[in-house]
Design a protein around this ligand. Sequence first.
Ligand SMILES: O=c1ccn([C@H]2C[C@H](O)[C@@H](CO)O2)c(=O)[nH]1
Ligand SMILES: [Zn+2]
Length: 132
Amino acid sequence: MDHQQLVEQAKLARERAYAPYSKFPVGAALLTREGKVYLGCNIENAAYSMCNCAERTALFKALSEGDRKFTALAVIADTDRPVPPCGACRQVISELCPNEMKVVLSNLKGEIKIVTVEDLLPGAFSPEDLNE
Ligand SMILES: O=c1ccn([C@H]2C[C@H](O)[C@@H](CO)O2)c(=O)[nH]1
Ligand SMILES: [Zn+2]
């Protein structure tokens, strides 16, 4: 599965977004080492702080199904620039995905920006920082 195909999958996921408050649907597609794709959409709630982003939906689906090895993540929204993940997602992505993994940011205009996990959150707080 190439980056463009992963973006197409993210676009499908976006159609399933539950975003009645922001009216800003987002889709994500997470590729595993074995070639499986987990889709994620944002899911909002009338108690606004309970909203979950598309990226974290995809990651949480994957981990809860037993997958932990990922090779790429695509994200898409109707933005002027390829959609930038929020801070919370950057933190979660940085813990669950390898630093050098590619994250394919995109928008409905067909623009794509490819960054690494490390680019998204340089110097992220990580499990190694916990002194146990
Ligand atoms: O990268 C992003 C940015 C925002 N959102 C969601 C959160 C909220 O539901 C809506 C508006 O912020 O978009 C995502 O899912 N991913
Ligand atoms: Zn987010």
